[in-house]
Design a protein around this ligand. Structure first.
Ligand code: ASP
Length: 616
């Protein structure tokens, strides 16, 4: 052991060590020079300890300590002693003791001015994120980030131990592969030996995990890196990590039950948050849209949407009547206590509703001095409603005096979506969602396909390997929009955490679904021939799911920013400010790959989602 090597970690020292001769190693958090006395806070990953030298300390130690620069790396030898009365720091676990230094080894000086003061959390929140990521190795020295990495590690360890107990095998699947569609663009890797050929980095291990099932593995998982070139958002990264799993000889319920048990174990082990419901709430897609206006409902609060068509079939209020007559819907939502909103608040709500697709927003405030037998409703639409209609409306909505009733008349889809967004806004204004609750729910039975107006074709709602409901199979060609899929999302607090499905295991059905998605027989063979072929050799019934690891850590740590829960995240369009990636390469490398850079016309640069450019 070298002289400078530690006998204790910084965070380990307590009163019981008083009198011990110890060596600690770490980074200088701060230096406080009081003339006679100099204090250094030394930090390693376990915590912090105070080092003290006084003018009478052995030769030059006082001056050495007084001269060290924050973030330098020191080895400190000294005697643990009790802090002087009144000098204890109860916020620090080592706060009752300090080390009276007898030797200082400077293992490495911090020679550069620091780009930010990482010992001040309040200041850190103001530091430009790109700068932090440029110096991520400094940023990571903050205990808060270390704790996040530790939690992430512990969560992954728990996942492994749970699934290992359940008989799963952890198996790595290739990163150099072919395109596997999950709705994003691929990242491509050129193939040197034959210019013009490319690998695609996997958007998910979807096909490999299914092939593992065909291969008889039965229970697979992987802490899988996925690569998707799509528009960046606060909760998205071009490369991210999923818990990818797949099982054979199972039904949807088996996968839901296993995932639910795993989730409950993770939350109860790694968080003090309360679970919103146990067992997890289950909603079909249709129910979720009808009640919450979204397939990612936040169930920490009620505020359900209501259908109002039955009240207004013969109304004199033409906005409602015309919509209903033309096959549309009048749907409503309560803003609790919203009758007192100002004109400006109401205008803001209406503008918001218009921005997100509504033609208008009807608002009716129930004056507090009227009762449910003769509710007095106020708002531009109020004079068009009869007393009977007003009475039935407040009843149907379950409103109370002082509430504001919001209604949208439009197609079912638009009315639901708009009210669904308003529901979230209202909950935000009224702080209805408790932060310490994680309300998980399952949303099942999504439509198999969605019509893309832009592309004028059907797109897979999840991915093309999802099994339709057997009883809907007959409509696959004649009425694709009504075919429900055996798929499910796990949603928490309004955030989609993962999706999965029972898979197609028969080549004929797989081929029909590909055809529905506009993939010709020829392209099916070229791109997915291996899947169709594999199914012809005896594929077991199988299914799986892939919850996001990054999103889970975000939920556990109350972070809205995915970059805060990854060691080295990307920024903006996918740049890594620390490594300086992406970067140009040598002309010789390009030549070797048979590649030539052709300057791109500005308007062909496209940062958005490709929708399903890659489905075919
Ligand atoms: N491959 C899907 C995804 O990445 C998950 C699954 O269906 O298991 O979202």
């Amino acid at each position: 052991m070298q002289d400078w090597q530690r006998t204790h970690t910084c965070g380990a020292l307590r009163a019981e060590h008083i009198g011990n001769d110890v060596v600690v190693n770490g980074w200088v958090r701060s230096v406080r020079d009081h003339g006679d006395l100099v204090f250094v806070d030394l930090r390693d990953r376990t915590g912090m300890v105070q080092i003290c030298a006084d003018a009478s300390s052995a030769s030059g130690l006082h001056d050495t300590l007084a001269g060290v620069k924050p973030e330098s790396v020191l080895s400190i030898r000294g005697i643990v002693r009790r802090r002087r009365p009144g000098m204890e720091n109860p916020r620090l676990e080592t706060g009752s003791v300090e080390i009276a230094v007898t030797r200082v080894d400077t293992l490495n000086q911090c020679r550069q001015p620091l780009p930010f003061q990482l010992n001040d959390e309040a200041q850190m929140s103001l530091v430009n994120e790109e700068l932090r990521l440029r110096y991520r190795y400094l940023d990571l020295r903050r205990p808060r980030l270390y704790e996040m990495l530790k939690l992430r590690h512990e969560v992954i360890t728990s996942i492994r131990s749970f699934l290992n107990r359940e008989g799963f095998l952890e198996i790595e699947t290739p990163l150099f592969t072919r395109s596997t569609p999950e709705g994003a663009r691929d990242y491509l890797v050129p193939y040197r030996l034959e210019p013009g050929l490319f690998y695609a980095l996997p958007q998910s291990p979807q096909q490999y995990k299914q092939l593992l099932m065909v291969g008889g593995v039965e229970r697979y998982y992987q802490i899988a890196r996925c690569f998707r070139d799509e528009a960046q958002r606060a909760d998205r990264q071009p490369e991210f990590t999923q818990l990818d799993l797949e099982m054979s000889f199972v039904t949807q319920d088996d996968i839901l039950n296993l995932t639910e048990a795993l989730t409950i174990e993770l939350i109860t082990t790694h968080s003090t948050k309360t679970l919103g419901s146990r067992p997890f709430t289950r909603l079909t897609y249709d129910e979720a849209i009808a009640r919450y206006g979204t397939d990612k409902p936040d169930l920490r609060y009620g505020l359900e949407l209501r259908d109002l068509n039955h009240l207004f079939q013969d109304t004199g209020f033409s906005v409602f009547r015309d919509t209903i007559e033309s096959g549309g819907f009048v749907r409503g939502l309560i803003y609790p206590g919203g009758a007192g909103l100002s004109r400006k608040n109401l205008d803001d709500l209406t503008r918001f509703a218009r921005q997100i697709g509504a033609k208008g927003l009807v608002h009716l405030a129930w004056a507090t001095d009227s009762d449910s037998e003769a509710p007095v409703l106020q708002g531009p639409a109020a004079r068009h409603l009869t007393a009977d209609e007003a009475r039935s409306l407040v009843r149907a909505m379950g409103a109370k005096p002082g509430d504001l009733i919001l209604a949208v008349a439009d197609s079912f889809r638009v009315a639901s979506a708009v009210l669904g967004r308003l529901r979230c806004e209202i909950a935000r204004h009224l702080s209805l969602a408790p932060r310490d609750v994680l309300h998980f729910c399952w949303v099942t039975d999504f439509p198999l396909v969605e019509w893309s107006e832009d592309e004028q074709r059907w797109d897979a709602s999840h991915h093309p390997f999802t099994m339709p409901h057997l009883e809907d199979l007959e409509y696959l060609e004649s009425d694709p929009g009504r075919v429900r899929a055996q798929c499910y999302d796990i949603v928490c607090n309004g955030i989609e955490w993962g999706s999965g499905s029972i898979r197609i295991a028969r080549a004929d059905i797989q081929s029909r679904v590909f055809a529905l998605l506009g993939i010709s027989q020829e392209i099916q063979q070229e791109r997915f021939g291996h899947m169709l072929e594999a199914f012809a050799y005896g594929a077991p019934p199988h299914g799986g799911i892939a919850p996001g690891i990054d999103r889970l850590i975000m939920l556990l740590t109350d972070n809205d920013n995915i970059r805060e829960v990854m060691a080295f995240p990307k920024i903006g369009g996918g740049g890594d400010p620390l490594m300086g990636a992406p970067a140009p390469v040598d002309a010789s490398q390009l030549a070797e790959l048979g590649l030539q850079i052709v300057p791109r016309a500005r308007d062909s640069v496209h940062g958005g989602d490709p929708g399903s450019n890659d489905r075919a």
